[in-house]
Design a protein around this ligand. Structure first.
Ligand SMILES: O=C(O)[C@@H](CO)OP(=O)(O)O
Length: 230
């Protein structure tokens, strides 16, 4: 049986400041680094070994992965960085304070933007400095691929091709796989793995730095073993 472990990045500076983040490349805090090291320690204590790891192209996930690997003495394993594992793009909300935005637009509207499956936050205008289209890490991608905003459904649509093309084949070959990514790119994956309905995914929350473990059988059927806490 192959294992899949999902880890959301440790606390980021904008988690701490309660700001919408999305594709903005914010780093983790000291607490976030501790959370990541703790995750690695727990995985090591459980005797899990990884053959390969996947992460996004955002430093909060990449650095979390480093800390997890370091704590497991597994810095040597192959790592694939894939933009399709990035956080859900937060559009024009990127960088705004969540509480201030709720005071302006109401809690209900903000909850819809944050957790509905198919309502997108307002889009960035393409001349906005927060647009990632000219960022070299996305060179070669089309305007359609570099979003100006996304709902979770859009995130599912870009995460699943990465799953089918690069991640699932590793599990099918019996490899243990670690993914360090983001609250919503991981919710997209969990929705797919557990076949969660569009209106039920709203209730799924993934905490920072707590490994979520799945077993895959020979038919590639996942069994959720749960979050690995102390
Ligand atoms: O700001 C973000 O990008 C995400 C994850 O921190 O926030 P939310 O909880 O609203 O999905």
């Amino acid at each position: 049986m192959a294992k899949l472990v999902l880890v959301r990045h440790g606390e980021s500076q904008w988690n701490l400041e309660n700001r919408f983040t999305g594709w903005i490349d914010v780093d983790i805090t000291e607490k976030g680094a501790d959370e990541a090291r703790d995750a690695g320690r727990r995985l090591k204590e459980a005797g899990i070994h990884f053959d390969i790891a996947f992460t996004s192209v955002l430093k909060r996930a990449i650095r979390t992965l480093w800390h997890v690997q370091d704590a497991m003495d597994a810095l040597w394993i192959p790592v694939i960085k894939d933009w399709r594992l990035n956080e859900r793009h937060y559009g024009a909300l990127s960088g705004l304070n969540k509480k201030e935005t709720a005071a302006l637009h109401g809690d209900e509207q903000v909850h819809i933007w944050r957790r509905s499956y198919d309502v997108r936050p307002p889009a960035l205008s393409p001349d906005d400095e927060r647009d990632s289209i000219n960022d070299p890490r996305y060179a070669g991608l089309t305007r359609e691929q570099v979003p100006l905003t996304e709902c979770l459904q859009d995130t599912v649509a870009r995460v699943l091709p990465a799953w089918y093309e690069t991640i699932a084949p590793q599990l099918a070959a019996g490899k243990n796989v670690l993914i360090a990514a983001h609250g919503n790119s991981l919710r997209a994956l969990v929705k797919h793995l557990e076949n969660i309905a569009d209106d039920a995914i709203v209730a799924v929350e993934i905490p920072n730095g707590v490994p979520l473990v799945y077993d895959f059988d020979a038919e590639m059927k996942p069994t959720r073993l749960g979050f690995m806490k102390d």
